[in-house]
Design a binder for this molecule. Structure first.
Ligand SMILES: [Zn+2]
Length: 107
């Protein structure tokens, strides 16, 4: 993990400072961003932001995979050999979706 980027400073840290959250003189051990305190809770806004972004990305991927899966399921070929390839592709997609869900479940 690297320190906060310009984009993160602009979109995460600055609005937080303006919102009245207290910036502490401690830094996040993971990303080096200053830690903040709000409603008695200390947190790293950059790590939270990154986790959220990661989740959104995973969601987008999952949606596209599901779409493709539906498409494949809706057009099963009658030729057995082609069908086999088709099904193995579907299997891979299902596998990928499962992995993505596991990834999301980690948080
Ligand atoms: Zn952090």
């Amino acid at each position: 993990m690297t320190g906060p980027t310009d984009e993160e400073i602009r979109n995460v840290i600055m609005p937080l400072m303006l919102s009245g959250a207290k910036m502490l003189d401690k830094h996040c051990p993971k990303c080096g961003s200053p830690l903040f305190e709000k409603n008695g809770k200390v947190f790293c806004p950059v790590c939270e932001y990154r986790a959220k972004k990661r989740m959104e990305r995973a969601k987008g991927v999952e949606e596209r995979l599901l779409e493709k899966l539906n498409e494949l399921a809706g057009s099963l070929p009658s030729d057995v050999e082609v069908l086999e390839k088709h099904l193995s592709a579907m299997e891979k997609i299902i596998d990928l979706i499962r992995k993505y869900r596991e990834l999301e479940g980690e948080k």
